[in-house]
Design a protein around this ligand. Structure first.
Ligand SMILES: [Zn+2]
Length: 205
C-alpha cells in the first residue's frame, strides 16, 4: 500500500470504529509502520473525523515531519514496534466492554479473558493486564514493554486495550475480537459456562 492509501485506510477505519461506538470523544489512536517512519493519529483528534492530510507523519527516529502533533499516547505504540519487529500497525481504544472488564477485581492479571470462542483464541490468545498508571506516566510504557515481546495484545487496567498486528486490518480485527469477547464475558458472568477445553485450544494452534 502507498502512503496515500495508508492515510485513507487509517481515516476509514477510524470513522468505522467511532461510528460503531468502539471508542468515544477524542479517545483511541491508530498507527501504521511505513518504510521510513510512521503515520499516527494526532493528539485531541476524534477517530470519527480524521483528515488524511493532517495525520502525524513521523520519521524513523519518531520526530514529527508533517501533520499535527501525534497522540499523547504515542509511547504505547512505539513500545509495541520496538519490542515486536514484525508489527505493521497498532490500535489502542477506550472500548467500553474491555475497559469494564479491566476494572473487575475478579480477573486474573496473567490472562484476563477465558477462551470463550475459537476466534478469540486465534486472534488474541493470552491477554495480560497492565497495572494502572495515571495518564502521561511514562512508567506505563515500561510496564507494557515487559509484556510486548510475548503478547501482541495487552489490556491497561481501568483504561483499555493496546493491540499490535502485522497490518492495520490484522490489528483492528484483533482489537474488535477482544472487545466482543469482553462483552460476551460480561453477558455470561454468573451463568454456568463451558469455555473451550485445553484440547480444543491446542487443536487451534
Ligand atoms: Zn488511552
Amino acid at each position: 500500500m502507498s502512503e496515500a492509501e495508508q492515510r485513507e485506510a487509517i481515516c476509514a477505519i477510524g470513522a468505522s470504529i467511532f461510528a460503531r461506538g468502539l471508542t468515544a470523544g477524542s479517545s483511541g489512536n491508530i498507527s501504521v509502520r511505513l518504510g521510513d517512519g510512521w503515520l499516527m493519529t494526532p493528539t485531541n483528534a476524534s477517530l470519527g473525523r480524521l483528515d488524511p492530510a493532517r495525520l502525524s507523519r513521523l520519521d524513523d527516529d519518531g520526530r514529527l515531519v508533517s501533520g499535527d502533533p501525534p497522540t499523547k499516547e504515542s509511547f504505547l505504540h512505539r513500545v509495541m514496534y520496538e519490542e515486536r519487529a514484525q508489527t505493521g500497525a497498532v490500535v489502542h481504544l477506550h472500548s467500553t466492554h474491555s475497559v469494564a472488564v479491566s476494572c473487575l477485581a475478579e480477573i486474573d492479571p496473567a490472562d484476563v479473558l477465558p477462551p470463550i470462542t475459537a476466534y478469540y483464541v486465534m486472534r488474541v490468545g493470552r491477554l495480560p493486564l497492565i497495572p494502572y498508571f495515571r495518564p502521561g506516566d511514562l512508567a506505563l510504557a515500561e510496564a507494557v514493554r515487559g509484556f510486548a515481546g510475548r503478547h501482541h495484545a495487552v489490556l491497561l487496567a481501568n483504561h483499555g486495550p493496546v493491540v499490535a498486528g502485522s497490518s492495520l486490518d490484522a490489528a483492528v480485527n484483533a482489537i474488535e475480537e477482544l472487545e466482543e469477547t469482553a462483552k460476551l464475558y460480561l453477558l455470561l458472568r454468573g451463568a454456568e459456562t463451558r469455555f473451550l477445553t485445553p484440547a480444543q485450544i491446542r487443536a487451534l494452534a
